[in-house]
Design a protein around this ligand. Structure first.
Ligand code: HGY
Ligand code: MN
Ligand code: MN
Length: 399
């Protein structure tokens, strides 16, 4: 079946009527349905499926073994996300297996499809959670205790989904099986439109982190409290949002975003007692994300003090700059007959694995250039071209 056909099969799973697009988060009903769907699809192709101790799903063509050629991505989304970010890589991997089966190819090395858990951090806040756990990039106790908006811990959600959260943790045996990893992904930008090419390899990912800013003031009555008597944490929160843009704008090619803000208690006629907001900060260069965040935190402290409020800043995740394996990228480029190679500001599981195994990315053109929103798109012809390109790359790597 083609990747377009497979995407069509899951098109109604996890649609978000409120936000538009899709909301599919770790171990919620939509993502669990997608997991079951993937396992069924892999089984149909004669792949041996196992879910590892961290909730990542492996589907093996041939016996699991070292030096495996591995490809995959994720099935979870951001809230109100697009249809392609993650699922395009998973469906293209299944379609590539079909293409290789059809041509009678038999891999000379173990070949596996890999679906990572909670890549977006949409429920528990830490991105690439499955690949961070696999590689030991996050402490298992910290991961187990991560809570979603309803206060449910990852351990509770995973246990409810039939996993044993006590087994979470670095999995050097599984990691050692990976000879190389290639992730196909919809491009999250306009590079391929401007270059008029349907696919590209990935060259690098800029460093990025997530930081929680917690402002505390004094809850009070919106009408009975004079302005001079207020300690309103919304004021410094608003100042940080503006400061993030102002400071990033003078830091070359930095990106700083506040997309999530939660006032407590959140009443229209209530001065908030606390406000939590999350800063997503990204800029290439060693230590530059920390410096960017420190400048923004300085503005937060100043604005908080001016309003008689306090603020605490907590790093929730950070990933260093990634440069993908040059030999793998060159080999992919050769197989594909010379394609562009693009840097990206988007994080990926391939970026987490890159510190441990040769990793590469294959981007598929997105005519809107938009991602993490319902307008994310890959045209059917480019989807097919991407799956064929992935099949060519896998055949070369696994021959
Ligand atoms: O946020 C990111 O860069 C990725 O989509 N998780
Ligand atoms: Mn994403
Ligand atoms: Mn993604």
């Amino acid at each position: 079946m083609t990747a377009n056909g497979l995407l069509g099969e899951i098109a109604d799973i996890g649609r978000d009527a409120r936000h538009g697009g899709y909301s599919r988060h770790a171990y919620d009903s939509a993502e669990s349905t997608l997991r079951e769907w993937f396992i069924e699809q892999a089984g149909r192709r004669g792949l041996d499926v196992e879910t590892d101790r961290n909730g990542n799903i492996w589907a093996w063509w041939g016996h699991p073994g070292s030096g495996a050629v591995v490809t995959g991505s994720h099935l979870d989304s951001v809230p109100g996300g697009g249809a392609f970010d993650g699922p395009l890589g998973v469906t293209s991997a299944l379609a590539a297996v079909d293409l290789l089966h059809t041509k009678g190819f038999t891999p000379a090395k173990p070949l596996a499809l890999l679906v990572f858990a909670e890549e977006e951090g949409g429920r528990f806040g830490v991105p690439c959670l499955g690949s961070r756990l696999l590689t030991g990039a996050i402490d298992a106790d910290r991961a187990r205790a991560l809570r979603d908006a309803a206060g449910i811990t990852l351990a509770e959600a995973a246990a409810k989904a039939g996993q044993d959260p006590e087994r979470f943790g670095a999995d050097p045996e599984a990691l050692a099986r990976i000879g190389c990893f290639v992730e196909l992904h919809v491009e999250q930008g306009r590079g391929l439109i401007d270059l008029d090419s349907p696919v590209a390899t990935g060259s690098s990912i800029i460093a990025h982190g997530r930081y929680r800013f917690s402002f505390a003031g004094q809850g009070n009555h919106a009408g009975a409290t004079r302005l001079i008597d207020r300690q309103d944490p919304m004021l410094p929160a608003a100042a940080v949002i503006a400061a993030a843009r102002r400071i990033a704008a003078v830091t070359d090619d930095a990106r700083a975003t506040v997309g999530k803000l939660i006032p407590t208690p959140g009443g229209t006629n209530v001065i908030a007692s606390t406000v939590d907001l999350w800063l997503d900060a990204r800029v290439a260069g060693n230590g530059r994300t920390a410096a960017l965040v420190e400048d923004i935190a300085g503005a937060a402290r100043e604005a908080a003090a001016a309003e008689g409020c306090t603020v605490t800043v907590t790093e929730e995740s950070y990933s260093d700059d990634v440069v993908f394996d040059d030999a793998l990228r060159t080999r992919m480029d050769g197989v594909l007959g010379g394609v562009p190679s693009l840097p990206t500001g988007a994080g990926h599981d391939a970026g987490i694995l890159a510190a441990h195994v040769p990793s590469g990315m294959l981007y598929v053109r997105n005519p809107t250039g938009i991602s993490h929103a319902p307008e994310e798109l890959a045209e059917p012809a480019d989807v097919d071209f991407g799956a064929q390109s992935l099949a060519q790359v896998l055949e070369d790597l696994a021959r």
